[in-house]
Ligand binder design. Sequence first.
Ligand code: ATP
Ligand code: MN
Length: 144
Amino acid sequence: MFEKILYPTDFSDETMKALEFVKKLKGAGAKEVVLLHVIDRRGLNDLARFSKKDLPHIMIDMEKKAKTEMNPIMKELKDVDLKVTLRVEKGGPYNEIIRVADEENVSVIVVGSHGKSNIDKMLLGSVSYKLVKSVNKPILVVKS
Ligand code: ATP
Ligand code: MN
């Protein structure tokens, strides 16, 4: 039932809280985790204004940085015998999460209730809100 998990992360402390639950799903039959980071397109548009010709290099740096940040998370998951697939995508976080969830045919999505912006007046961040509203798969929202 929870064989293949999609765990999208923006590397915030709030999102890291969900990691413990991802690991615990091992006991419910989880075998594999797709660890996903989306490089937010909105941030990229800002960068493009400053330096068009440097953009390819900045992109490569951002991807490298994401992979570096993913490493310790991947290690924690591998330590509990979960298979890990790393994915770094560019675009809108919500759209990319939905796309990868389908493409990887995951059985459950685990997200934090909030991420980097963490405006605590809101019940959910905009990404987790849109996911809960429209995703056609089970979703575990871990409160931060
Ligand atoms: P908002 O972005 O709406 O201002 P927020 O940052 O507090 O608010 P969300 O972005 O909705 O909250 O984050 C909720 C969850 O969505 C995160 O815990 C994470 O699982 C996922 N998520 C958000 N952004 C990304 C991203 N860039 N890449 C991967 N997953 C993400
Ligand atoms: Mn966010």
